[in-house]
Write a protein that binds this ligand. Structure first.
Ligand SMILES: NC(=O)c1ccc[n+]([C@@H]2O[C@H](COP(=O)([O-])OP(=O)(O)OC[C@H]3O[C@@H](n4cnc5c(N)ncnc54)[C@H](OP(=O)(O)O)[C@@H]3O)[C@@H](O)[C@H]2O)c1
Length: 267
């Protein structure tokens, strides 16, 4: 069998690095990306430059991978950033900046690989969503909004491209250890009224990532999806994966108490 080619965005750290390393260890030719690749290879996969917020960078990255490997069989849209703060503190520009990576970055990459996948009647696109795309939390609203948007986008994509033999999956991790806290953005404006709850919430959120498990289960799930062993659109993972089901079956008042308690806020 010919070696399958996989492109994983945001593979310099965290979940993306874990996914790229596991796929490479399982015989795939993997290209991982970083805005500033420090070396040509990492953990057994090749690194290429990519900024998903730039049309030119996306076109150059996809052209480079196709130039070096001939085609792209699977795309893992993993690159993402966090923005923590009260919704009232966040400017439209700051929100747009986050959406440029978490939402439009996925759309750019998907549009760049689809023409060839459609033509070949073959391909897999895996979007890394989040538990935050199913349950929102205070001071995490814009990040959640970007992941909720990704839910709607990915569901429609799943319907649209299946007739062309392109499989689509959405992986929704709960908390996993990564560099996402260190890379997070905070709004320039801070309003004193929100200070106490914002500080408690951000500390609890950071702790949840730092104390979380290694992202190996996310990588294993992506491997199974690429191999065709995990079927279906949505794949929930992690300690708080049950929260989205709890939301569907519980009264809103219980969700309020559960989410606020989870992050150390007074119910
Ligand atoms: N960790 C969690 O608990 C968790 C839970 C649910 C979902 N997620 C999702 O998992 C994905 C990976 O996050 P992570 O937790 O592994 O965080 P991370 O360690 O900070 O990794 C983020 C990756 O995204 C890349 N990136 C950031 N901005 C980019 C841009 N404009 N263009 C291209 N690449 C960019 C970074 O690469 P460079 O900086 O090298 O360019 C880095 O490799 C994200 O979509 C995140 O929302 C994480």
């Amino acid at each position: 069998m010919t070696q399958q080619i996989v492109l994983v965005t945001g593979a310099s750290s965290g979940i993306g690095r874990s996914i790229a390393a596991l796929l490479a260890a399982n015989g795939y030719r993997v290209f991982g990306t970083s805005r500033h690749p420090a070396q040509p290879t990492l953990d057994g996969f090749e690194m290429v430059a990519l900024d998903v917020t730039s049309d030119e960078s996306v076109a150059a990255c996809v052209a480079e991978v196709i130039g070096r490997a001939g085609r792209i069989d699977a795309l893992v849209n993993n690159a993402g950033v966090e923005l923590l703060g009260a919704l009232e503190e966040i400017s439209i520009e700051e929100a747009k900046t986050l959406f440029e990576t978490n939402f439009f970055g996925v759309m750019r990459m998907t549009n760049a690989v689809l023409p060839e996948m459609r033509q070949l009647r073959n391909g897999v696109i895996i979007n890394i969503g989040s538990l935050a795309g199913t349950v929102s939390a205070p001071f995490h609203g814009i990040y959640s909004a970007s992941k909720f948007a990704l839910e709607g986008y990915t569901e429609a994509l799943w319907f649209e491209v299946a007739p062309f033999g392109v499989r689509v999956a959405l992986v929704e991790p709960g908390f996993f250890k990564s560099e996402i806290n260190r890379n997070k953005a905070l709004p320039a404006r801070s309003l004193p009224d929100y200070a106490a709850e914002r500080t408690t919430m951000i500390a609890a959120w950071d702790r949840s990532v730092e104390e979380a498990a290694d992202p190996a289960p996310v990588a294993a799930k992506v491997l199974h999806i690429v191999q065709g062993r995990a079927r279906g659109l949505r794949h929930r993972l992690g300690r708080f994966g049950l929260m989205s089901r709890f939301k569907l079956v519980s009264p809103e008042g219980m969700l309020w108490v559960q989410v606020r308690r989870q992050f150390g806020l007074k119910p």
